[in-house]
Design a protein around this ligand. Structure first.
Ligand code: AKB
Length: 318
């Protein structure tokens, strides 16, 4: 991995991944963006940026040629709740976009990382210690596209030798860029309310457990997997990776230990609740641990401390 294209570089994962690959790994990283979501600040100033819409395969091919790209992080996605409202758009970005990226990569020899998600599972999946290889029959458009992403990425590996790899991300918690339109977004938004001194209105019901992960661990997973020894990989798309699992009551209690005046009430959103109910409570990530030494660093307490510290600094600076 030397010349990297990050598609979706201004999104929740992309904004941090691009900077980390540039700063910590010294790589030549092109920040790919779509019109209306142009890079700003450090992202813009620290390296090249190019408009890279996954639906425009000619433009993708031209960027790959121009910068001699060898690795593509395909982070363009419509998250679960928005995908239910705009299923055709989700299909277009997630599936037609992926096909363009895989075709360009087949022609030009790029490795590709396209995240899957806990959303690739469904009602019939075992929810506790969800195995790596198990039933995946999601009933959401997001889930359908994520299962298809895994299958299509595997297909391009087996049929054409394209070096495709991915993980099934849990809900990602970060203090830099907000997620948008996901079912797990509440686990980020709750911190913003707590630090701003506002009551949090929780859209997910008490007792709803989902896998969550702090962003530094998610970035580590995305980088470590692409650097892993391919001869050890039995699986490719996508690995279960787990870090912490909680419901709204648990995260609320953890925040109240640090901010005792914080309050929360419930106003459950039926759309997000239905999606959350179909997802695992906690995945088994033993294959990732065995095949590429995956291990998360952050405990829940470490994550909560770090989130509050960083958000306090962010709001103090405003
Ligand atoms: C979502 O909630 O849609 C995403 C995900 C878990 O894939 N954060």
């Amino acid at each position: 991995m030397k010349n990297v294209l990050v598609i979706g570089s201004t999104g929740q994962i992309g904004s941090e991944l691009t900077l980390k690959l540039r700063k910590d790994y010294g790589l030549n990283v092109i920040a790919g963006y779509i019109k209306g979501a142009e890079p700003k600040g450090e992202l813009l100033e620290s390296g090249p940026c190019e408009e890279a819409d996954v639906r425009d395969s000619q433009a993708l091919g031209a960027i790959v040629d121009k910068y001699r790209i060898d690795t593509i992080y395909n982070l363009a996605a419509i998250l679960s709740a928005v995908a239910e409202r705009k299923p055709l758009l989700a299909w277009d970005i997630q599936m037609n976009g992926l096909l363009n990226i895989l075709e360009v990569s087949r022609e030009k020899g790029c490795a590709v990382f396209t995240p899957s998600s806990i959303g690739s599972f469904g009602e019939g999946t075992p929810h506790i210690n969800t195995p790596q290889d198990t039933l995946q029959r999601p009933r959401t458009m997001y889930g359908v596209t994520k299962v298809a992403t895994e299958l299509l990425s595997d297909y391009y590996f087996h049929k054409y030798g394209v070096d495709t790899r991915s993980v099934r991300f849990p809900g990602l918690i970060s203090n830099l860029t907000l997620p948008g339109g996901g079912t797990t977004d509440y686990a980020v938004e709750i911190f913003y309310s707590a630090v701003k001194g506002e009551e949090f209105v929780c859209p997910i019901a008490a007792g709803t457990f989902m896998d969550m992960m702090y962003m530094p661990d998610a970035l580590k997973a995305a980088i470590d997997l692409m650097q892993a020894d391919p001869s050890r990989l039995v699986h490719r798309n996508g690995f279960n990776i787990a870090s912490m699992s909680f419901d709204p009551e648990i995260i609320y209690a953890k925040i109240r230990e640090r901010i005792p005046s914080f309050t929360m009430r419930y106003e459950v959103d039926p759309l997000r609740q239905g999606i959350a109910d179909s997802w695992p409570d906690k995945m088994d990530d033993s294959c990732a641990r065995q095949e590429w030494d995956w291990a998360p660093h952050y405990t829940m307490d470490m994550m909560v401390d770090d989130m509050i510290t960083h958000l306090r600094q962010k709001f103090a600076a405003k």
